[in-house]
Design a protein around this ligand. Structure first.
Ligand code: ASP
Length: 305
């Protein structure tokens, strides 16, 4: 069998009571989504199908900050974003400031397949969703009891400035390498708790939150979106592979632990290089992550290095 590999993540962030309480459920979800997605790759399907399926699973799952379970913004709403890219022709699709669409990553896939544009936002993205007849949900569908509690706890007890600094966030992402050597990457997020209405993060930005290029690698970034934007994180890893002899793991470590060694912002990366090797790096207390390849069985980790 030709080599295949998959790496997924459900966010890199500070520890919390909620994550400790649901640690086993997180692990079970990461295990199930990895197995389902790996089975798609094993059937010989395209890496794009695998990463879309992985992200849809996590958007539907209430534990992850994407789709249902999105963080609530400063005015009590959810605004979502997602991106997807394939590495052969560099086709890409992305959405931002999105409401009502059950699976933002699937709308991004429609854009990748059918649109000459790459990134659609807000009402225009919703209009495109209706045109494509993707599944819509009421606004209340996206708000889970946990995100509601986080919002209510902090809403009245913190100043506006303090709210801006709450680092309660998460993103989901997947990178896959299929049996034909194609790489694809996909990301989706509800952003940061209390972020200003209209704030656009890194997850929808091709070359920052999401990038795939069969000649170098596929990458998803996570953490504090603004630091990834400042570093053009995903493209930076691709350039390191193109212009240096660093391995994929060394490149991810370099960006986070050398270039940004003094940052106080959260950063996380998952990546796969053009030979199917996997890299994962983060500077946070935990990263929900799982990886598997035809060379090595499934690994699922949250706290463990
Ligand atoms: N990067 C995401 C954002 O800033 C959040 C995360 O990945 O945890 O919207």
């Amino acid at each position: 069998m030709s080599k295949i590999s998959l790496v997924i993540h459900g966010g890199a962030r500070k520890d919390s009571e909620f994550i400790r309480e649901y640690r086993d459920d997180y692990k079970a979800a990461l295990t199930e989504v990895s197995q389902l997605t790996y089975a798609i790759l094993k059937k010989g399907k395209h890496a794009l199908d695998a990463v879309e399926a992985a992200v849809v699973y996590m958007e539907d799952h209430i534990l992850f900050n994407a789709g249902r379970g999105s963080a609530i913004n400063s005015v009590g709403e959810t605004e979502m974003e997602a991106a997807i890219m394939e590495g052969k022709e560099l086709r890409s699709g992305a959405v931002t400031l999105l409401k009502k669409v059950k699976n933002p990553v699937s709308l991004a896939r429609h854009i990748l397949e059918d649109s000459k544009h790459i990134l659609l936002g807000a009402e225009g993205a919703l209009e495109y969703a209706k045109y494509k007849k993707v599944q819509l949900e009421y606004d209340s569908y996206f708000i889970t009891p946990h995100q509601y509690d986080v919002f209510m706890e902090e809403r009245d007890s913190k100043t506006e400035k303090e709210k801006e600094n709450i680092l309660n966030h998460g993103t989901v992402g997947a990178v896959a390498f299929d049996s034909k050597g194609n790489i694809a990457a996909a990301t989706s997020t509800g952003g940061l708790a209390f972020n200003r209405k209209g704030r656009v993060g890194d997850a929808c930005m091709i070359g920052i939150g999401c990038y795939a290029n069969n000649k170098t690698c596929g990458v998803c970034s996570t953490g504090d979106g603004e630091i990834n934007i400042r570093n053009t994180s995903a493209a930076y890893i691709s350039m390191l592979l193109e212009h240096t002899s660093l391995s994929i793991q060394e490149a991810c470590n370099y960006l986070i632990h050398s270039r940004n060694k003094d940052t106080t912002s959260d950063m996380g990366l998952i990546a796969i290089d053009k030979s199917g090797n996997i890299g994962i790096s983060y500077n946070t207390e935990l990263m929900h992550r799982a990886w598997i390849s035809s060379e090595r069985g499934l690994q699922v980790k949250i706290y463990e290095p």
